[in-house]
Design a protein around this ligand. Sequence first.
Ligand code: HDE
Length: 714
Amino acid sequence: MPTKASSKGASKPAKGKKSTGRKPTAGGTPPGEVVGSGGEVHQPVEDGQVLTSAQGIPLADDQNSLRAGERGPTLLEDFAMREKIFHFDHERIPERVVHARGYGAHGTFETTADLSAITRAAIFSKVGRKTEAFVRFSTVAGAKGSFDLARDVRGFAVKLYTTEGNWDIVGNNIPVFFIQDAIKFPDLVHAVKEEPDRAFPQAQSAHDNFWDFVSFTPEAIHMTLWQMSDRAIPRSFRFMEGFGVHTFRFVNAGGESTFVKFHWKPLQGMQSVVWNEAVKINGADPDFHRRDLWDAITTGDFPQWDLAVQVFDEEFAQEFDFDVLDATKLIPEELVPLQVVGRLTLDRVVDNDFAETEQVAFHTGNIPPGVDFSNDPLLHGRNFSYLDTQLSRLGTPNFTQLPINAPRCPVAHFQRDGQMQTAVPTGRVNYEPNGFGGSERGPRADTRAGFQSYAEPIEGLKARVRSETFADHYSQARQFFVSQTPVEQDHIVKAYTFELGKCESPQVRSRMLAHLMNVHDDLAVGVAEGLGMPLPEPATPARQPITDLPPSDALSILKNGPDTFAGRKLGVLVSDGTDAAVLESVRAAVAEVGAVLETVAPVVGGVTLSDGSVLAADQAVDGGPSVLYDAVLLLPGKQSVAALAARSTAKDFVSDAFAHHKFIGYTTASGPLLESAGVAELLDDGFVKVTRSSAAKFLRRCAALRYWDRDVQP
Ligand code: HDE
């Protein structure tokens, strides 16, 4: 396991907040410190510190309620018991209406390009500037307690605590969206969430309501291509891209504007799992993604993303085949190249999931001077929704005072009072303009440094209309499909087949096939065959699709995979008598490439190795299936392999690794395992014989992550 220190880049406390001055641990704040309601870290818990009520009253007994007699009634007078249970009764807040299941981490954003020519945002004014950041990754449809590997879009929300206030880039891991106009969002979300009468299916789109809605909403087709691709089942948050989706504006000091789109590129490379694997991971470890992020950060393997921008002008916007205000479209990187402008490093897990990840409040409207909105109608709807939703979730307009939401720069305004007001504003004046002077006068707006909206000329008729330039719904869906490798295309066909196969209504399936026919023949025919249904007439397009858009390699995961096994996990199946020297050489090779090794044994207590030493296992094979690993090594002992091979979970360990196209290391002792799993006759180039001297070679092979040539359909 990597052992780098994990406390790098710890954030400074918010201005005006007291700090204990102690060094943070992996979790930030030293254990045993209590965060107070105002966000102040106080009361270092020393040995022997007295437990108190929330009012600070020292308690003599926190485990027995006050009774009249040993077996008598409990007394209403017991304020300690009532206060404890009262607080507990109200510990939950409404979960997010979408993106309920999320996981957050702290980090730092470092500016790597001076963009002062195109934006006056201070964050881009100096190379090397470091800005505190918080990121929350999420699934969209599932409840807070759902599983991590649902087929779903992932939220990728970044809060940058800039010197000019908080800038939130509330993005997803997919660069386009289902709908073009915010007014359709409640319908979309109602359709994808569990059906209202029966409250299922949860955390998945594989049901009638979702596909019924999509079949009447052709603008959603492009996004469903992404959703049915392996982008929607990422191997981990660390291995996915992020996108701001909408077109935004940069505005420079002279008031000139350029359009901009934001992209996060993972330095770890991209990687996804296969569907059959995702289904099994959800059972084996529903917390697979959050555990991965926690483990990586706490062992010092800090994930990083480059922030890249696509910058373009009005002239490009006019000439482009699609409307840059339409969030169901992207701009291929080949047309407008990415320019890297900063790097985000996540280096600190949260101290407390509720206080930070649950209470963090993102808002697309949070932008610093120098950043501005385009007229994307989806974005404008979001600018209303995020602020509004925080009120029902966090209960008060004062949520900006929570430590995770508080800006790290001075805050000065005349907003006052409200529920859970923790600030104590002083002085006589709470309005402006006012005629007071000195410290009484309060803050004043600054026309030079303050936020000024881009002065865009606007004219038009007030009407509920959709621009004709939004009418092409299929061309980029086709471009996405033709940009994929055959393996990825096959996964897309299978995903549509699976999801539509879960729809009870043949009409829904048929309407969807009619749309897919406008995307690509191979897709429509493949899905129709998979469903065992005839192809209907193609849907009538609102505008004839462009069929010759060139493939864009940037849209494929497999064309952009990493060339290293760093940050990945090898599962080594061991049993009594496992060759200690081979294990040691593999351990060294794994450490060398910066990967992680876990041992999986018949029992978690461990095994006795060939040299007589006892090895405590990381997992018992019954709880450590191969779906938890990126590659596996079968390293059983000669005498005990037969017993191991007889276990159904050990057989599954091998056969699943094979079916999921993983690289499988083996030794001469592995024969019975390969046989019981039914793969002994199927050894292909994805199998690598491992000896004491060939561990490094095996790891180099694993860098390809999967052996896609294996002709097995999981
Ligand atoms: Fe969201 N979205 N959204 N969304 N969204 C929310 O805000 C909304 C959209 C995204 O980790 C909610 O605080 C509308 C696109 C992320 O806390 C809510 C529309 C994109 C997160 C909301 C969209 C996103 C949210 C629910 C259509 C990608 C999680 C709780 C106009 C660019 C943030 C909350 C977190 C969360 C509204 C569409 C990303 C209800 C109305 C497009 C990453 O305000």
